[in-house]
Ligand binder design. Structure first.
Ligand code: SAM
Ligand code: SF4
Length: 340
């Protein structure tokens, strides 16, 4: 267990149709009440126990994490945690970028190291229709610039590709970010939860994305930077077919066409303290009850290691229940609840 993702809110100011479609997440949608949310102190306590058990990286996510009030206070607390070797954790955050121009400086000052910004295209009309709240692309680009200026790099940019909606934005995005020092990552559109009306023919396989980019910008494959890395890395090549550091790299996340469960080392903590070891999990493990019923850190640590030990068994059960020809599992947890 190396990588912990913490969802700090189930709310969002966007309505990306692949994640929080408007028809479902409308004005009557019941979000979690405030008292259900883990407090910053509770999150930090859980994160500390995880760090003692080997977690080296924490990513804050949501919903939109920058909507959580005083998030900087949580970041300060998490930045003070240490691994058993005495090292700080790698502390990062995934955001839609809408509040980044305003917050980049204070996030950095609080101890955040890096950000990943989601951006599904550069064409304003396409982007506005994908976020479905008419949010302009220029404001996200301004947020990315502010993050860069604040030193929140290396910045990653996540683009979810839906074939009929933004596949034609792949090349403009590649051209925009090549040589920028930022790593653009293409994510296969996944069957999240049960609200986004997912269809396989909307998935553009990563192999196709790579082929398309190669037609204009030659690429060479790179080794994974760490075990359990979800993105396959590709470097832009120089005239000799070698990786060109000046041009940088891209990544593809093939969560549909090539599930990467085998060496997965991540855990996800939902906004209300449910621990999920798999994005495809049907149910989580309730850590909030352990802490709110007076459980000690030792009890928490024991539960965590039991949950983690049992994981492979659960996983093989899931796998064997699948038809042999499918790479897609049935997923029941919404992405906005558990975080990406
Ligand atoms: N609101 C933040 C954001 O959009 O970056 C953080 C939370 S969001 C759930 C995290 C990541 O999940 C984003 O990069 C988003 O594009 C991705 N995501 C959401 N729904 C997805 C889907 N159906 N398929 C693939 N990626 C998805
Ligand atoms: Fe919000 Fe992020 Fe989901 Fe879009 S992907 S609706 S920005 S949580």
């Amino acid at each position: 267990m190396r990588d912990l993702r913490i969802s700090v809110t189930d709310r969002c100011n966007f309505r990306c149709n692949y994640c929080m479609p408007k028809e479902v997440f409308d004005k009557d949608y019941q979000y979690l009440p405030h008292k259900a949310l883990l407090s910053f102190e509770e999150i930090t306590r859980i994160a500390k126990v995880f760090a003692a058990q080997g977690v080296q990286k924490i990513r804050l996510t949501g919903g939109e994490p920058l909507l959580r009030k005083d998030l900087e206070r949580l970041i300060e607390q998490l930045a003070a945690l240490r691994t058993p070797e005495g090292l700080p954790l790698d502390l990062t955050l995934t955001t839609n970028g809408s509040l980044l121009a305003r917050k980049a400086q204070s996030l950095k000052a609080a101890g955040l190291q890096r950000v990943t910004v989601s951006l599904d295209g550069l064409d304003d009309a396409v982007f506005r229709s994908m976020n479905d709240v008419d949010f302009p692309v220029a404001d996200v680009l301004e947020g990315i610039e502010a993050a860069r200026a604040a030193g929140l790099g290396p910045i990653k940019i996540n683009m979810v590709v839906k074939r009929s909606t933004n596949a034609h934005e792949i090349m403009p995005m590649a051209r925009h970010f090549v040589g920028s020092g930022m790593v653009l990552r293409f994510i296969e559109y996944m069957d999240v939860g049960h609200t986004n009306g997912w269809r396989m023919n909307e998935v553009m396989p990563s192999s196709e994305v790579i082929k398309l980019i190669q037609t204009e910008l030659p690429l060479v494959p790179l080794e994974p930077s760490s075990p359990g890395e979800t993105a396959q890395r590709w470097a832009y090549a120089d005239a000799f077919g070698q990786p060109d550091p000046a041009l940088g790299e891209i990544g593809v996340i093939s969560s549909v066409t090539q599930a990467f469960c085998g060496d997965c080392n991540r855990a996800r903590l939902s906004t209300e303290g449910q621990l999920y070891l798999c994005l495809f999990a049907v149910r989580g493990h309730d850590l909030r009850t352990i802490i709110r019923s007076g459980g000690s850190d030792v009890e928490l640590a024991t539960s965590l290691s039991q949950i983690w030990q049992a994981r492979s068994d659960n996983y093989s059960e899931l796998r064997s229940a699948l038809p042999a020809d499918t790479g897609v599992l049935v997923r029941r947890v919404e992405m906005s609840y558990i975080g990406g």
